[in-house]
Structures are given as structure tokens and as C-alpha cells.
Design a protein around this ligand. Sequence first.
Ligand code: TRP
Length: 335
Amino acid sequence: MAANTYLTGIKPTGDFHLGNYVGAIKPALAAAEQYDTYYFIADYHALNTVKDAGELRHSIRSGAATWIACGLDPRRTVVYQQSRVPETFELTTILSTLTPKGLMNRAHAYKAARDRNVEAGITDLDAGINMGLFNYPILMAADILVMESTHVPVGRDQTQHLEYTVDIAGYFNHRFGEGYTFPLPKGVIDEGEASILPGVDGRKMSKSYDNHIPLFLPENKLKKAIRRIPTDSTPVEDPKDPESSVPFQLLRHFADADQVAEVRVRLEKGGMGWGELKNELFEAVNAEIAPKRERYEELMAEPERIDAILLEGSECARERARATVDRVRAAIGVA
Ligand code: TRP
């Protein structure tokens, strides 16, 4: 068992935005410096919502290309596709025989889907909810446990999933611990200020708030999106509060410390208008993103290269998953 295995799943639905870049991609790239890292495209997770072959195929490639373009190095991190590691689904079956249904009834994503039916006045609270969504916490536990992960980055929305994973591993270890025990994964909570990017309305950037700026917008569209960030009508000469200014808060994530300090002083003193601030913000974001956007476009123009990376990574991930599942099979008495 490797000492520290850091694993995360990437949901390949829709394009990534600047908030994903700051909140998930950058911290995961930094983690690759100190852990054994396993990053996978959660395509069977996406299948719960995406039921179009062309769209799913595109988003798998686009998800992988995005991460690679941002600096994920497949020689250092095992980059793979969930569906290409079928041992995950074998483990899902085994774990589901140990998991109380009541635990799944209490899962946030499932409860939220039922609440939406309540709000819509639909009497069958399970209407439109598929078993994939219901079973999803077990699949996610299998994703994590099959690689014997020790560390999993969790945002606020994923903490319950990780608690469930620890519970489910515990059921197994309690029953079959004589034969095999899963290491219990720890959540790496990255909710520090450094990883939360505000959206254009000041709330956390999120597709569900529709306040996001896509990561690889063409330059002119990026400029427009930044110009459209709402600001008040304080005149150029007046002092402004950087803390309550969305463009300034965004700038802090993209400009270097000297530039941020200088802009802060100019805003507080007065004399810097929102337009000028937004220009600086555009330049800073674009300087960081432009080379990545270019790499992304190169990769997307050669999908067979992306596929080859995913295939190779999946083979490597599979070897490890097979070893885990073989031990599990022996421990439960089927082999
Ligand atoms: N549930 C995660 C999301 O919605 C994706 C995911 C799937 C994942 N399996 C995982 C994350 C395992 C961490 C570990 O984004």
C-alpha cells in the first residue's frame, strides 16, 4: 500500500470556469508535488445526467484536455477514465451489500432531488430520480477505496460523500477485517480564502448561480465578460473599498502581490476607476490563461492524443484496482 494516495474525480459535465481553476485544478496540481496522485474523469457519474453519446464523449475529452492544459502531468499523475476501471463497479456491488439503504435515503444529493419534486408540487417524490443518483455515494466510495486512497480533497458539497465512504469502509473492515482492511481516507479540506473565487455577483463562483466566467473563453469574450462585472457608479476620483469590489477580489487570484498592493492603494486613495481596474484584471487573467487556452485547443484538435493518455492511465489505475479487488474477493470468500 502506497503511503499517501491523493485521489479526485472530475465530473465532465459542461465547461470549466475560473472558479474551478482556482478552487479545484490549482490545488490538485499543487498536491501532485507531494502525493501519489490519481485523477479520473467520472464518466459513469456524468451518465446520470448526460444521455447523449456525442456530448459525453466530448466532455470526457474536454475534461481531460482542460486539466492537462492547466499543467497536469500524466507522467506524474495517473490520469484515467472511471469507466475503464471496471473493478470499481465490482467493488460497488460488494459494498452495496454492506450499505444500509437508510444511509442512502439520507444522502444530500438524493434528498435535494426529492425536495425539488416537493417544491414543484409533484406527489411522487422519486419522480425523475434514477438509481444511479441514488446509488451514487456507493460508487464514489468504490472510486476512492478501490485505489486505497488516503487523501481526498473535499469542498463543502462533498464532505458527506467522504463521510459515507469512511462509514462504508468501516462496515467492510468490521466484517472482513481479518482478511483485508481498507485504509480510511481523510478529507483534505481546501476551503481557505485562497481557493474560493467569487463569481461576478460576489457569491462563490458556481454554474448553479450563473455567476461564472468560463475558463477558456476566447480573448475578446473574456474581456467582455470582465467588463460586464457589475460595479457601482462611484466616480473615478472617489476612494473605493477594495474588499467589497468583485474585480479587485478576482485580481487577487491572478495578479502578483506587488500589483495587487499597488491597485489596493490606488483604489483606496481614489483616482482609479472601475474601468481601469477591469482592464488590469483582464490583462492578469489573460496572461495566466492564454497559454493554457492555446494548449487546450491544440489538444482538442488531436483527440486521439487525449484518448491515448486516458487509455494508458486507465491501464495503470486498473492494475492497482485489480490488486485491491482480488484481496477483497479473497476476504469475503468468493476467491
Ligand atoms: N462527486 C464528485 C463531484 O461531483 C466527483 C467524484 C466522483 C469524486 N468520484 C469521486 C470526487 C471520488 C472525489 C473522489 O464533483
